[in-house]
Design a protein around this ligand. Structure first.
Ligand code: HAM
Length: 431
């Protein structure tokens, strides 16, 4: 029978890789809590209508990339391609918006039917962070300094920060008209994709990666030059705050983002270390979205980090994730030892909080069991035979040091583990 494979672009994160993920997730949770953010867990499936109304009908995501299906009631549902819309919906539905200044985050899989390549997948993971109910540019500055702190906490070089302002809907409408006039007058020079975008979503022409389009795009009118005094004031306030905090950034007048809900500030952290998929984090302000999906108008801003890209960056930077190794591998020797192994393990777990202990699971020779203990990565092997049961002790071998084995009473094991935790774990010897 042929074997069943995972769906293209949807990857297993195997035990050998999951340590890096857990390490990143742990550090993110610590950082978010320290800034006063709380977790929210919206569902993975939503009504398709939610994404149409928020991300926009005429965007690549909604037109081409959503996993959409009718459920058994005939309702059109979609796997979430992102989760800002879900958080906004949840906030409206649960009354979260009654308290302004809600700081929330969500983490989990998102789904987009894009062409898979390195750094771009059909199931990928995001950390999504949102501030709901704050109109001041201070919210932008907070998100940006927090993300910078995250890069440093993880030990990766700061990616490059690009910012832009898209103005409000009135400015966008006027600017779109101006862009259409400009590109229409040069339509003979546009490639097929840009000609299509001219009809559907002209702002997205600015996002074209085709080198032949660049001179035309460079010469196009810039939205930053069309901002009204309010939008300009907001942007300048953000620039002042970033300047004070020593955040380096570049204004990229062509940064338009692929989702239609943005108004005002947009930003991306990009890196050239990852090839074509250079954005590690993207976000911006979406002051109209909450009203667009039926809530009472409320400003909001957020960003999302692509975790696959972050894991790849961490790998490139050579930072070893700090994954705790098991403290010990307990092997019962002989019939009596094997029969008592779980009972002794439970006594140890009761006595030592956070003990990481693996119990050997199959009858084998002592040599084979020690080999398994070594392979488990544990610091110590605990051997339990008839003699140890009689003495209420364990024979302990340090798997990282060439010291003779010793007999330690069950009570004495606590001190051994505490001492091991207090010192750095020695590297695994070569076998
Ligand atoms: P986005 O720019 O579409 O924004 O995605 C954010 C990040 O998710 C990207 O910078 C990238 O790192 C990662 N990402 C996106 N698509 C893929 C993919 N196919 N494979 C791997 N990684 C991917 C949003 O999703 C907005 N919801 C961000 C936001 C939050 N805006 C306001 N609040």
């Amino acid at each position: 029978m042929n074997s069943i494979k995972a769906i293209r672009g949807m990857n297993d994160i195997l035990p050998s890789a999951v340590g890096a993920w857990q390490s990143i997730e742990r550090q993110m949770r610590t950082l978010l809590a320290s800034f006063g953010y709380e977790e929210i867990r919206p569902p993975i499936v939503e009504r398709t209508e939610l994404f149409r109304r928020s991300i926009g009908e005429i965007t690549d995501i909604v037109e081409k990339e959503m996993y959409t299906f009718d459920d058994r009631n005939g309702d059109s549902l979609s796997l979430r391609p992102e989760c800002t819309a879900s958080i906004a919906r949840a906030a409206i539905q649960s009354g979260l918006l009654r308290t302004p200044g809600q700081r929330v985050w969500a983490m989990g899989p998102m789904f987009r039917h894009e062409r898979p390549q390195k750094g771009r997948y059909r199931q990928f993971h995001q950390l999504d962070v949102e501030i709901l109910g704050i109109a001041d540019a201070s919210a932008e500055a907070e998100l940006i300094v927090m993300s910078r702190r995250l890069w440093r906490m993880l030990g990766i070089d700061d990616p490059v920060l690009e910012v832009n302002s898209l103005g409000d809907r009135t400015i966008q409408k006027r600017y779109r008209k101006e862009l259409v006039e400009y590109f229409s007058s040069r339509s003979a020079e546009l490639d097929d994709d840009c000609r299509r975008r001219l009809q559907t979503n002209p702002l997205r022409i600015l996002d074209s990666k085709n080198p032949a389009m660049q001179p035309l795009i460079e010469a196009a009118p810039r939205i930053v030059d069309r901002l009204d005094p309010a939008a300009l004031g907001h942007f300048e306030r953000l620039e002042a705050m970033l300047g004070e905090a020593g955040v380096e950034y570049r204004i990229n007048p062509r940064l338009v983002r692929g989702l239609d809900y943005y108004t005002g500030t947009v930003f991306e952290w990009t890196t050239d270390a990852l090839g074509a998929q250079s954005a590690v984090c993207g976000g911006g302000r979406y002051d109209d979205l909450i009203a667009d999906i039926g809530g009472s108008a409320s400003p909001a801003i957020g960003f999302a980090i692509g975790l696959e890209r972050l894991v790849a960056l961490l790998e490139l930077s050579g930072v070893e994730p700090s994954i705790p190794v098991p403290h010990a591998y307990l092997a019962g020797i002989g019939e009596a030892g094997e029969r008592s192994a779980h009972a002794v393990a439970e006594r140890l777990r009761d006595a030592i909080s956070d003990l990481r202990l693996i119990v050997d699971a199959e009858s084998a020779s002592l040599k084979a069991k020690l080999k398994r203990a070594n392979r488990s990565g544990a610091r110590f092997a605990f051997l339990l035979g008839e003699e140890e049961i009689r003495d209420g002790a364990l024979t302990v071998r340090d798997l990282r040091k060439d010291t003779p084995q010793s007999s330690i009473s069950l009570e004495g094991i606590s001190a051994l583990i505490a001492a091991a935790d207090a010192a750095p774990t020695p590297a695994l010897p070569d076998h």
